[in-house]
Design a protein around this ligand. Sequence first.
Ligand SMILES: Nc1nc2c(ncn2[C@@H]2O[C@H](COP(=O)(O)OP(=O)(O)OP(=O)(O)O)[C@@H](O)[C@H]2O)c(=O)[nH]1
Ligand SMILES: [Mg+2]
Length: 444
Amino acid sequence: MKNESDTIVAIATPPGRGGVGIVRVSGSNSRLIGEKFFKAKSLSFEHGKMFFGKYSGSVEDTGYLVFFKSPFSYTGEDTVEFHLHGSPFILKSVISDIVESGLARLAGPGEFTKRALFNGKVNLIEAEAINTVISAENSYQAKVLSSLSGKLSDYILSLKSKLVSSIAFLEAQIEYPEEEETENALNDTIPLVEESVNSLKKALNYYEKSRFLFRGVKVVIAGNPNVGKSSLLNAIAGFERAIVTDIPGTTTDSIEVEIEFDGINFVFVDTAGIRKSEGKIEKLGIEKTYKQLEEADLILYLFDPLQLSAEKENFNLPEGFDKFTDKVLKVLNKVDLKDIPYFEGIKISAKENRGIDGLLNKIGSYFKNRDISENFLFSDRQYFALKEALSILEDFLDYAKGDFFPEVGASFLSHAIEVLEGVVGEITTDDILDSVFGNFCLGK
Ligand SMILES: Nc1nc2c(ncn2[C@@H]2O[C@H](COP(=O)(O)OP(=O)(O)OP(=O)(O)O)[C@@H](O)[C@H]2O)c(=O)[nH]1
Ligand SMILES: [Mg+2]
């Protein structure tokens, strides 16, 4: 375990050359490090002031030093920043000078923000928002810090207060079981929990519609064997990514291709064709297909006109697809061989590269036209935590239908509160911290 109170150092500006490069130091030795390596006329270490002078260690460079006094810095600790010329050589030399002096060690990814979290400068949602904004790939992600993180914190707070009131009703019943007002605590509790359940369901649903902005869109290509799924993947990729043969059951594993269009990242997944198979490998492949379908944001379900007889019923989806209907786009392939006039989906020929652009445009607008204004979650971590809270509250409502003991009921609710506190970071575990800070960059 790293000592959380030692002094850390990292380059805070992006790798590569730039006009200015910043080395950031945080911790109790910050000022000492400034004194040791920076020469300026009147280096008084006044908070927030920029001192012009010279860095001098194994390299020399003119620039500025800025000092932030604890607790008024990003991390909440004493912080020194060297603003020098943005040469990778100079910045790396500064880092090694400081580390070799023994006064600081190299910071891990996200360690500055982690300290900000531990010192109460930001909560976990804000820390997560900082990372999202740094790596933002679209304007929606860039808005996270200014609007979404606040909304989410408020939401968690209000949900928590509903549950705390519910527990209070139950505790009154535990304390004063004979009193008339407390006798039926459940009458007061159930509506509050139901409200919470409904609002959680909505929140999760808003995120499901918007999450493509944070993690890209997963489009799964599915259908019977031999309908041309792999051919479509290749047509989209623009090269022979997947093996194509006229033998049904060619693809046994999921194959992915990433492309970007309309400012959205897409992953297209080719899957094993769905049929009853005896082959062990193909069976495993088909199981995997179903897993992909669960995770898909959109399913392209392919039909082969030669495999269909002339009846409309043939465009039905196979068994087990009921729950996916909302996210299925039906596509008729091989229209170069045979057209079916009454087919109401998109028509393509993967082999002859016909209709592919139209298909991609349709997919793009399917996502672009979504109303994402109500969403306030911005990571899968938050999503899964709220989902867990939802399932605990649903368990509570189930439990409340039978013999009810207020003690047991209250324990469900406090568990849900704990899970919600994990979202904001009032309760943190190593798992939670890893999932938030694991993909941070150095120097932040
Ligand atoms: N004429 C024509 N043939 C096509 C078209 N698309 C695919 N094919 C042919 O159909 C056969 C099956 O194509 P695949 O892309 O391997 O089909 P698949 O759905 O991936 O098949 P499995 O992996 O076995 O499930 C191959 O012989 C392809 O050349 C098309 O648009 N027109
Ligand atoms: Mg295939």
